[in-house]
Design a protein around this ligand. Structure first.
Ligand code: UT7
Length: 332
């Protein structure tokens, strides 16, 4: 009996039309294009501006893009995992609504929340369901409307984040392609450095919390940066070592797009040439749960069957990790 592995067999994505450029941010806060570009690598980000539309809108669009491009019958989807840090509502799962809206009425769905590592953890979860043999089609969506939790008067955070969504389909594979290994970590020490103080069970919403701006993201950027650089590089090196991979064996680094300098440091520790590093941070900024699938979508035509991909992410919590995956198809 051959072993079942979990392979990515389809990719889709969506970003809103509205572009927030560095030039426009210069008019909003005390910043400049040169600072943002050299410190982060970001040139512009997309924002979902239409009132009344939340993360589910981004997720539905990304899922529909995947379904249409690949002629998937939504009725055959068994499970939808919605990776997000910005659910439509605190209660009532965003994934459940998305499943209904895309016609995946035979699927069950749930949300998975691990800040910027949500999609990476989702890859692990989706693969485990496939490898168990219980489900044949698992749709993993990563989407975030970061603009809903960003203070556009705070230059420390508003220059970084953007909105977007991406989706991948996991299916069983008997050729040994798909997820090979994972090394996932978390550490509660990070909770104080990247968080939203209010709106949860510790500090429910009140007039004061709104007036104090406690519903916006707070980030101690310097500290998060320090942990992110060592965390992402450590796990990437670790997954290479325990799978006996050298830099020559790796075709692509698919790293969370939070800061170009963090990605470069990780690639450097892995000994990877710049040409193997997927990058789109300049166009979207940090879209939290959407960065990894947006990279796959943008680079899909260059990924070849059998290619070795290392995924790496670091996020609030702290949460971080790396995944080694063999790509399963050539895009026609
Ligand atoms: O995705 C989840 C995980 N998140 C991350 O991985 C993000 C990690 N952190 C970062 O990417 C970086 O720390 C930031 C991009 C957030 C900040 O970059 P930095 O190089 O760490 O800057 P800094 O906070 O050390 O600030 C350096 C200087 C300060 O001025 P002084 O004290 O040197 O006079 C800041 O006040 O830059 C100033 N500054 C800015 N200047 C222009 C901070 N933000 C800005 C800004 N424009 N937007």
């Amino acid at each position: 009996m051959s072993t079942i592995t979990a392979a990515i067999t389809a990719v889709g994505s969506y970003v809103p039309d509205f572009v927030l450029s560095n030039a426009v941010l210069e008019q909003m806060v005390d910043t400049n294009d040169e600072w943002i570009t050299t410190r982060t690598g970001i040139k512009e980000r997309r924002l979902l501006k239409e009132p009344g539309k939340g993360t589910s809108y981004l997720a539905i669009k990304a899922a529909q893009n995947l379904i249409e491009k690949n002629n998937i019958d939504p009725l055959t989807i068994d499970l939808i995992i919605m990776a997000t840090a910005t659910p439509d509502m605190p209660v009532a799962s965003t994934g459940v609504y998305v499943a209904s809206q895309i016609g995946a009425v035979n699927a069950f769905a749930f949300d998975l929340s691990a800040a910027c590592s949500s999609f990476l953890y989702g890859m692990s979860t989706a693969s485990a369901y496939i490898q168990s043999g219980r489900y044949k089609k698992v749709l993993l969506i990563g989407a975030d409307k970061m603009s809903s939790i960003i203070d556009y008067t705070d230059r420390a955070t508003c220059i970084i984040f953007g909105d977007g969504g991406g989706a991948v389909l996991f299916e069983p594979n008997t050729e040994g392609l798909g997820l090979q290994d994972e090394f996932l970590r978390s550490d509660g020490i990070g909770r104080e450095y990247l968080k939203i103080d209010a709106g949860g069970s510790i500090l429910p919403a009140s007039k004061d919390t709104v007036e104090n701006g406690q519903h916006f993201v707070f980030q101690d950027g310097k500290t998060v940066f320090k942990y992110a650089v060592s965390g992402m590089a450590d796990v990437s090196e670790k997954i290479m070592q325990r799978n006996n991979l050298t830099h020559d064996d790796i075709n692509w680094l698919v790293a969370h797009q939070a800061n170009r300098r963090i990605i470069d440091a990780t690639a450097q520790r892995m000994g990877l040439d710049e040409s193997k590093v997927l990058i789109n941070i300049q166009r979207y900024g940090n879209t939290t749960s959407a960065t990894l699938p947006l990279l796959l979508s943008d680079y899909e035509s260059q990924l070849k069957k059998g290619d070795n991909l290392i995924f790496a992410a670091f996020g609030g919590g702290f949460t971080w990790g790396a995944i080694y995956l063999k790509w399963a198809y050539n895009k026609q």
